[in-house]
Write a protein that binds this ligand. Structure first.
Ligand SMILES: [Zn+2]
Length: 506
C-alpha cells in the first residue's frame, strides 16, 4: 500500500512545511525580518509539493468511500495539492503582478503622480467629489492598459491548469468536488438575497449619499463608495489605549483565557517594517499562534483586532490530536465565520456600551451606519460571487466579461463600477464564497449563542468553554454548513443576516 505511506508522509511533512512557511510570513510581516524567504522552504519540501504528491493525494481520494471520514481527509489533501501545483505554475505571473503593484504610479490629468496602492486611500479620504473622479479616471486608465491584461491572462491560465486535471468537467465543477460546496446553490441564494433586500437598499442608500457626501444616487461611483464608508465620525469612541484591555477582558468574562494559556502570543511592540493592520499568524497549531497588532485606535482598528482575535482563538483551541489537514486546511468559511463572530460584536448595542466608549445616545446612529455598511458589503459580495461563477464558468466569453461585471456590480451596489476592474476585483479560487458562507455561519452562531446563553452571551462564563470545545476544538474538520446543522440544528442562509440588518437600520 504505497499510497497509504505517502499520505502519512504528506501529513507529517505537510505539517512542518506549513509551520516553516507560516513562520517566514510572521517574521516578514511583523518586521522581524526584511523579507520572507519562501523559496528555500518550497525547495526543502519539494517532494510533498510536486506531481508525485498530487498523484498520491488523488489515489487516496479515488480509493476512499463517499461520505466516509477517509474521504473527508482525502478531499482536503487533494484540494491542497491542486492548489499548490496551480500556485507553482502561476508563480511567475503572480510575481509579475506583485512587482507591478509595488511600482506602478498613477498620473492625473493635472500631472499629480500617486503610487497605485495609495489611490483608494486618497479617494476614501477626499471630501471633493471632482478630485475623487479625477483620481478614478487616471487609475482606471492605467489599470485598463497594464494590470487588466495581466490579470486576464492569469485567470485564463488558472482555468486551463485546473481543467487539465480532469477531475470534473470544467473549473466550477472541479472546485465543487474539491471544496464540497455547491456553487449553484450559493449563487441562487445570492440572487435571492439581492432581490429580498432591494427595496431596503433603495430606501437607505439615497438618503446616506445625500447626507454624507451631498450627491445623488445616479451620479455615485465606486470612488464615492470608498468615501462614504470611510466616515470617521465615531472614531473618538474607540480609543487605542482601551482596545486590547477591553477586548481581552470580554473574552475572560466569557469564561476562557484570551491568550489560551500562553499559546496565543501578543506581539504589540512598535517595530519598523511591522504591518499597520492587525493579523494572526498560526505558526504551530495549536501551540504557537501570534496575534500581531499596532494599536492606532478608531472603529476600523477595533474591528480588525476582534476579527484577528477570532482567528487566533480558533487556532489556539483546536484539538491537538486532529490530523494536519483538519488543523491547517479545510473550509475557510469556518475560521472566517469565527473571525466574523467576534468582529460582529461591533454590531451589538450591549457589547458596544460595555466595552467601548460609545454611549447610549450615540449608539443608534452608530448602528445605522454599521447596518448600511453591512448591507452594502453583502450586496457587493453576492454580486461578486455571481460574476465570478461566470468568469470561471466559461460560458461567457472573456471579451464579454467586463460589461457583465459593470452591470452586475452596479445594479447590486448602486455605485457605478468600471470595466477596467473586471479581472482585478476578483477573489481567486472563490474566496468570496468562503466569506459569504462565513457571514451566514456567523449570523447563525450568534442566534444560537443568544438562545443558549442569552443576549449578553459574550459575558456569560458558560459560553466561552462551549465555544472553545464545540466550535474551535473541531478545527476545520467539518464544512461550515455541516457545523451549522450540528450546533444550530438548522441550515445556514441569509435570513438571520437580513434580520440583523433590519434591526440596525430600524
Ligand atoms: Zn479573516
Amino acid at each position: 500500500m504505497t499510497s497509504r505511506l505517502n499520505v502519512e508522509r504528506l501529513r507529517s511533512e505537510g505539517d512542518r512545511f506549513m509551520q516553516e512557511l507560516s513562520r517566514e510570513y510572521y517574521a516578514a510581516h511583523s518586521g522581524l525580518k526584511a523579507s520572507a524567504e519562501l523559496q528555500p522552504v518550497y525547495e526543502k519540501y519539494r517532494d510533498i509539493l510536486g506531481p508525485d504528491a498530487l498523484a498520491a493525494a488523488r489515489e487516496f481520494f479515488d480509493g476512499s468511500a463517499e461520505g466516509s471520514e477517509e474521504r473527508r481527509s482525502a478531499r482536503l489533501l487533494l484540494d491542497w495539492q491542486v492548489e499548490s501545483q496551480s500556485s507553482r505554475e502561476l508563480a511567475a505571473l503572480d510575481e509579475r503582478e506583485i512587482a507591478w503593484e509595488g511600482e506602478a504610479m498613477v498620473t492625473t490629468a493635472d500631472g499629480r503622480r500617486i503610487p497605485f496602492q495609495r489611490v483608494a486611500i486618497e479617494q476614501g479620504n477626499s471630501t471633493d467629489r471632482n478630485e475623487r473622479a479625477a483620481l478614478e479616471a487616471a487609475r482606471s486608465a492605467l489599470v485598463q492598459r497594464e494590470l487588466a491584461p495581466m490579470r486576464r491572462e492569469r485567470f485564463q491560465r488558472e482555468r486551463d491548469i485546473t481543467e487539465a486535471l480532469d477531475l470534473a468537467s470544467g473549473y466550477n465543477a472541479t472546485w465543487e468536488v474539491l471544496s464540497g460546496i455547491s456553487l449553484t446553490a450559493l449563487r441562487d441564494e445570492c440572487a435571492a438575497f439581492l432581490r429580498d433586500t432591494q427595496a431596503m437598499w433603495d430606501e437607505v442608500l439615497p438618503a446616506a449619499l445625500k447626507r454624507v457626501l451631498g450627491i445623488r444616487r445616479e451620479e455615485a461611483t465606486r470612488a464615492d463608495a470608498l468615501a462614504l464608508f470611510r466616515a470617521r465620525e465615531f472614531d473618538r469612541y474607540f480609543p487605542a489605549a482601551d482596545m486590547e484591555p477591553a477586548i481581552l477582558r470580554q473574552v475572560r468574562e466569557m469564561g476562557i483565557d484570551p491568550l489560551a494559556n500562553g499559546r496565543i502570543r501578543l506581539d504589540t511592540g512598535e517595530r519598523e517594517g511591522k504591518r499597520s493592520r492587525a493579523f494572526c499568524a498560526p505558526v504551530k497549531v495549536p501551540d504557537e499562534v501570534y496575534l500581531v497588532l499596532r494599536p492606532h485606535g478608531g472603529q476600523t482598528d477595533w474591528n480588525t483586532f476582534l476579527h484577528e482575535l477570532g482567528h487566533a482563538l480558533h487556532f489556539a483551541y483546536m484539538r491537538p490530536d486532529l490530523p494536519m489537514e483538519f488543523r491547517w486546511l479545510g473550509d475557510n468559511s469556518v475560521t472566517e465565520g469565527y473571525a466574523m463572530l467576534f468582529d460582529h460584536l461591533m454590531q451589538d448595542a450591549g457589547w458596544l456600551q460595555r466595552y467601548t466608549g460609545l454611549d447610549k445616545q450615540a449608539t443608534p446612529a452608530f448602528l445605522r451606519a454599521a447596518g448600511l455598511e453591512e448591507l452594502h458589503f453583502l450586496r457587493r459580495y453576492c454580486a461578486k460571487l455571481i460574476y465570478e461563477t461566470d468568469l470561471y464558468g466559461g460560458a461567457v466569453s472573456w471579451d464579454a466579461l467586463p460589461d457583465l461585471y459593470v452591470q452586475l456590480l452596479t445594479d447590486a451596489t448602486g455605485f457605478r463600477y468600471d470595466r477596467a476592474d473586471a479581472f482585478v476585483d476578483v477573489d481567486t479560487r472563490y474566496y468570496a464564497a468562503r466569506y459569504l458562507r462565513a457571514w451566514q455561519l456567523q449570523a447563525l452562531l450568534t442566534e444560537t449563542l443568544v438562545e443558549r446563553y442569552d443576549a449578553d452571551w459574550w459575558r456569560n462564563p458558560r459560553a466561552g468553554p462551549w465555544i472553545a470545545q464545540a466550535l474551535f476544538g473541531e478545527a476545520q474538520r467539518e464544512l461550515a454548513h455541516e457545523q451549522a446543522e450540528r450546533v444550530a440544528k438548522r441550515p445556514m442562509g441569509f435570513a438571520p443576516l437580513i434580520r440583523g440588518i433590519e434591526r440596525m437600520l430600524a
